[in-house]
Write a protein that binds this ligand. Structure first.
Ligand SMILES: [Zn+2]
Length: 364
């Protein structure tokens, strides 16, 4: 509640022109994951009053904050809300540009303002079915960060399966451990805990554990493998005039946890495979998970050596001219169903976000 009040006040402060100018920077890179229309038919096990588009959802959110913040499908936006946001930003004077244009603006002596760049992680299939028609209607360019093993159908985004497991099964085993969460709040806490643990595992192992548990619970695993775009869809997307593709590693690991050789493989081979398969230069990179813990200066050096020109994190913030010295630590704003246009310029604790640079610089 307090946090929400602080957000409303800072949004209001951001409307003051000088304050707005200070915090909006050159522009923002927006981060999307899934585009899911209401009603969420693909989530049949959700209690109906849990769906954000239903009236009681605010009450549900208030009483079950742990479950709510833990949900993987909280990283969704409905197509209706996406279109509304695009139109609101246009109305407020923002211009939608490709990532390369935004990067070029950083290097200009007198950079423009109010540029917005759309990026999508993983590339779930709903990008093509739900969001693409909207991007085409309003001519909005976008960048998709692709995980090679998901396109190859070798691995899947295990967090989707884990969430369904918690939602649909009262007791399940993950490896040798048995879990029996009681109630939605307990499930939310457990989901957060298990996600934090599985992020540290090699992705093959995390996927294997979740797959095994899904099968034991009698749940199908095929939908999770089919949740992201395959090579055929990506090849089609690569030819789309509004789309640019970037790399999101081979298998979606937490990079700093890997050995030097394996991390290099994840970074360099992803670029080589995507370029060979999709026939366009891959110059942009997104760190898996993108948090402070999932990004380090070692990867920055590797990205530069591999020939990438930019890398994005999930640290929320605007893009400033200062980022020209830190192109492998660009912040992005996560856009969810309740995000507002005013979030792009509201005052924040830290104006400039550019980890790993700033974080490691501080601790060194
Ligand atoms: Zn990702």
């Amino acid at each position: 509640m307090l946090w929400e009040a602080a957000r409303v006040i800072s949004r209001w402060l951001g409307e003051i022109p000088l304050v707005r100018r200070h915090y909006e920077g050159i522009g923002s890179i927006l981060l999307f994951h899934r585009f899911v229309p209401p009603p969420r038919e693909e989530w049949p096990a959700l209690p109906p009053w849990h769906q954000p588009h239903k009236r009681l959802s605010a009450l549900w959110k208030y009483y079950h904050p742990r479950w709510n913040e833990a949900r993987a499908d909280a990283l969704c936006i409905s197509p209706r809300q996406l279109e509304r946001l695009i139109l609101t930003l246009r109305h407020k004077g923002y211009t939608f540009v490709p990532l390369d244009t935004l990067l070029a603006a950083i290097y200009q002596p007198d950079p423009p303002h109010r540029l917005v760049c759309l990026t999508i992680d993983e590339g779930y299939t709903d990008l093509c079915t739900q969001a693409l028609p909207i991007f085409e209607r309003w001519q909005v360019p976008f960048t998709v960060y692709v995980v090679v093993a998901y396109a190859e159908r070798r691995l899947f985004p295990w967090w989707l399966g884990l969430e369904d497991l918690l939602r649909q099964s009262r007791a399940f085993r993950l490896g040798s451990e048995l879990y029996q969460p009681d109630g939605w709040a307990a499930r939310g806490k457990l989901l957060l805990r298990l996600k934090a643990r599985l992020i540290q595992y090699p992705p093959e192992e995390a996927c294997g554990l979740v797959e095994q548990a899904l099968r034991a619970a009698g749940l199908p695993v095929e939908p999770y493998y089919a949740a992201t775009l395959d090579w055929a869809a990506l090849e089609k997307l690569a030819r789309h005039p509004l789309c640019r593709l970037g790399a999101h590693t081979l298998t979606h690991p937490c990079l700093p946890m890997l050995s030097e050789a394996r991390a290099w493989e994840e970074i360099a081979q992803a670029k080589a495979i995507l370029e060979a398969r999709l026939g366009q230069p891959i110059r942009h990179f997104a760190y898996p998970y993108g948090s402070v813990e999932a990004v380090s200066l070692r990867e920055v050096k590797m990205l530069e050596a591999a020939g990438y020109v930019s890398a994005v994190t999930t640290g929320g913030g605007s893009i400033y001219p200062e980022h020209r010295a830190m192109p492998y630590g660009l912040p992005r704003r996560r856009i969810l169903e309740d995000s507002k246009a005013a979030d792009l310029y509201r005052p924040r604790q830290r104006r400039l976000v550019a980890y790993p640079y700033a974080v490691e610089g501080k601790t060194a």
